[in-house]
Design a protein around this ligand. Sequence first.
Ligand code: ATP
Ligand code: MN
Length: 468
Amino acid sequence: MKKKIKCFNSIKELIFNYKFFISKEIKIKGWVKHFRYNCFIIINDGSTINNLQIFIDKKFYSLVKKINIGISIEVIGVLVLSQGKEQNIEIYANKIKIIGKFSPEELQKTILQPKTHSFKKLREQAYLRFRTSIFSSILRIRHNISFSIHKFFFQKNFMYINTPIITTYDSEGAGEMFRVTNFDLKKIPLNEKGELNNNLDFFGTSTYLTVSGQLQGEAAASGLGKIYTFGPTFRAEKSNTFRHLSEFWMIEPEMSFSKLVHNMNFAEKLLKYVIKFVINNSYEDLFFLEKKNKRKIFKRLNNVLESSFERISYTNAIKILKSRKKVEFLQSINWGEDLKSEHEKFLAENYFNNPIIIYNYPLKIKPFYMRINNDNKTVAAMDIIFPYIGEIIGGSQREERYNVLLKRILELNLNIKSLWWYLNIRRFGSVPHSGFGLGFERLIQYITNIDNIKDVIPFPRYPNHAYF
Ligand code: ATP
Ligand code: MN
């Protein structure tokens, strides 16, 4: 009878189930990470931060000469308990097959060579960085964060909806949107006045990549009750900073029958749930990053779990900032002006040393859809600011009163032709409702304590960079 060989789909699966296969013959595949002494090959397959050690005896020595770091192999061997301290198990190889190989000279030119590369260097070969311990670690954490967000909303009975990526909405942040067109750019149709004739474009009007799914989300929530979106958003802003991407992912819940204070409570719950889930489920990857980057990760995350987010009105935030000597800030700040990141930084890092929620911002610096407060000067907005990252969530209670919203749209001279349906939501059983936008990559950045947002997304898009 032919002996049965247990084939494992991943090293993660093997490590999870090894107790049932000791002394049995198994099959596993992976990429060669490095060698130890002369008798071990260490492989990894991306499923876990843990490597697998393969013991090779003399009969393989001529084969091993052809094996270099980075190539892929298949191993059939006996699973044994390891004598080493670093791992529980190892494979005593009976058969080694080379799957894909390349030369050591080629290896020298890539980030696959085993040494510490800068994040910038990894980015230059972004299509290969999935193979590195550090980037695969970040992406496994990203995966768990994403899963935990869906899980949270599922448990809270929110419906996951998908909002359009191509929109006609062009009234907020003009100039910060990417145009979508299929005009032949060599023969752009102009009207009598010499302007672009958008009526002749694919959709019969000018279209853009979405900056947010909120408006459509509100429509969905006005029938489904509680919804969330989790999709890509696009910003054509030129700001090439450590926390801005031109293409990023946003989580946007929208809740009917919900006011600002509930919005704040809910956002805080979501963030804490995700952090807890990730500590529980990405423990090994977080631990690896903490050691590798010499950054405090667990302490920082546990602090967030233990704290209740400090809530402070915009007006009180300004009072605190103004009571400081001017020298502390590059830019002075007065009531009615938007907080600059140095001000947010000061409040979250120095003054409170905690995540903070700033609410009730001046009407003039916030978008038209936010609900006007009784003072007629502020709106029911709330931003959540994390130390070292800055704004991670921006949200508000929405203006649900038809007349008030109409007046606001007209005052701001917004394009009613593209907003009429949004206004109309207020005509058919309108209810108080609120929601927010959580920047997915900013959250990953905070959890992993990675400096640059470009290093927490598989293929970053930013000004002058759309490679791979
Ligand atoms: P900021 O002032 O930091 O540029 P914003 O006010 O433009 O942020 P919103 O329009 O409120 O941000 O978007 C909601 C959330 O999306 C933000 O709180 C942030 O987490 C995230 N976000 C915004 N712009 C970007 C970007 N360019 N890249 C990555 N995430 C972003
Ligand atoms: Mn912005």
